[in-house]
Design a protein around this ligand. Structure first.
Ligand SMILES: [Zn+2]
Length: 446
């Protein structure tokens, strides 16, 4: 059987997709506040022009989620959900070489905040849906397209809200969401497509030091002194490099594209002799380093602002990312022991329980792999664990298998533009992403 992507006039699709992404970027959906409603209406109109109905939900004024469905006449399996988020993180135009909300198409790229995270994935999903409809593919399961608000601020108005309030509208067997991506030139020579199947959990840890305030001329054990000592202790606290089924599989697959020695080291990264050496090597590759450890990053300090006054209360906030299988309470106990000061109060918020990892031997993972290998024969596909949280966690908590992938190959520079400056997607990538999506969804759903 030929692939669906072989029967498509790609030049025309490329023009349409480029225009769509460019216009989608022009809706400033910076979150906070989000303001996703107009962008959601734009998606609804685009779908409607293609003869696909959709429904808009309003979780709060100005916010919106959208759901559209391509129905199978006689479904033999539960639906696939294609999900992306409409909101974006802030962009400071002064530091960009192109304006972040103009959707300029220049030098073969579509420029703007959201081009990769996550409007690009939205356009890829949407075009795959449109093509399946145009090609009149006989579906064996429904395909649900969902665009949500609020991912960048935790998802309370977006994915989480939809699951709590409208589960029957989006009930599914598989979710295709953001999370991983293809990349080249970072590890080995081949393009690596890392599909996220699990993720770390985020927790905020507030340290508060209280004590006697007073005049700055009185030296002593002030609250700020104690807080600094506590932060110092936390900085010196070293978390263990730990593997699980997902990261083990990631290392095993990546090792196939390494030289003999590097590959061997990766496959033996957990053995006592190699572990320390590998930990030092990995330290310089921040994304891999963060994949294998609980991380603690100090992000906010709130102290007094008068140089000659000792404050009675000072605080620090730590952004903690726990591995999915870290025991939260045991972790907090060990931090308390490291600080070893009863005057320091610890308050942790967040870090929900993690659902199980999504299986690598599922139909969707196989369909994705097959579509990637068909369109990018040199590629290497691997499961991965993302160091940050996405909306996928809400589905995994419910026992639904969720996979995170922007199906395009990014350079290191392009990757750095996510949540950074000059975010952009190449027109070529956009088109090849749609090919992969069309083939993967076609394989799974027809
Ligand atoms: Zn995102």
């Amino acid at each position: 059987m030929g692939l669906l992507s072989e029967g498509v006039a790609w030049e025309e699709v490329e023009r349409q997709a480029t225009d769509l992404l460019s216009r989608y970027i022009r809706f400033d959906t910076t979150n906070p506040p989000g303001n996703e409603a107009e962008a959601a209406q734009f998606l609804a109109q685009t779908l409607s022009d293609e003869g696909i109905d959709s429904h808009l939900y309003e979780p709060a004024p100005g916010r919106a989620n959208l759901v559209a469905r391509l129905s199978a006449a006689e479904p033999v399996a539960p639906p696939l959900l294609l999900m992306h988020h409409i909101d974006v993180v802030p962009a400071d135009g002064a530091t960009w070489t192109r304006p972040p909300f103009h959707g300029l198409v220049r030098e073969g790229h579509i420029w703007g905040r959201g081009a990769l995270d996550d409007k690009g994935l939205g356009v890829i999903h949407l075009m795959a849906l449109v093509l399946l409809k145009r090609l009149d593919v006989k579906l064996t399961r429904d395909i649900v397209f969902m665009a949500v608000s609020d991912e960048e601020e935790g998802g309370a108005f977006g994915a989480q809200w939809m699951i709590e309030k409208h589960w029957p509208d989006i009930e599914c067997e598989y979710v295709w969401d953001e999370g991983g991506t293809g990349s080249v030139g970072m590890m080995g020579r081949r393009p690596i497509f890392a599909v996220s199947v699990w993720e770390k959990r985020s927790m905020l840890l507030k340290l508060t030091a209280r004590g006697l305030g007073g005049h700055g001329s009185i030296a002593g054990n002030t609250p700020l002194d104690r807080l600094v000592r506590a932060l110092h202790a936390v900085q010196g606290y070293s978390t263990d490099m730990r593997f699980n089924g997902v990261t083990r599989e990631f290392f095993e697959r990546i090792s196939r594209d390494q030289g003999f020695i590097a590959g061997w080291l990766m496959r033996h990264a957990e053995t006592p002799v190699v572990k320390g050496y590998m930990a030092r090597q990995i330290k310089n590759i921040s994304s891999i380093h963060a994949m294998l450890r609980d991380t603690i990053t100090a992000t906010v300090l709130s102290t007094g602002d008068k140089p000659n006054v000792v404050d009675e209360q000072v605080e620090a906030t730590l952004d903690v990312r726990l591995l999915p299988d870290t025991d939260r309470d045991a972790f907090l106990d060990s931090i308390r022991r490291a600080i070893n000061d009863d005057a320091i109060e610890l308050e942790a918020t967040g870090s929900p329980k993690s659902g199980p990892p999504s299986p690598v031997d599922s139909e969707l993972f196989r369909a994705l792999s097959q579509a990637i290998y068909a369109n990018e024969p040199a590629a290497l596909v691997t499961p991965m664990q993302t160091p940050y949280a996405t909306d996928s966690r809400f589905f995994r908590e419910r026992g639904v298998a969720a996979y995170g992938l922007l199906p395009v190959v990014l350079t290191g520079e392009e990757l750095a533009s996510i949540h950074g400056v000059d975010e952009r997607m190449s027109v070529k990538s956009l088109t090849s992403g749609i090919k992969i999506a069309l083939d993967a969804v076609g394989t799974l759903c027809s």
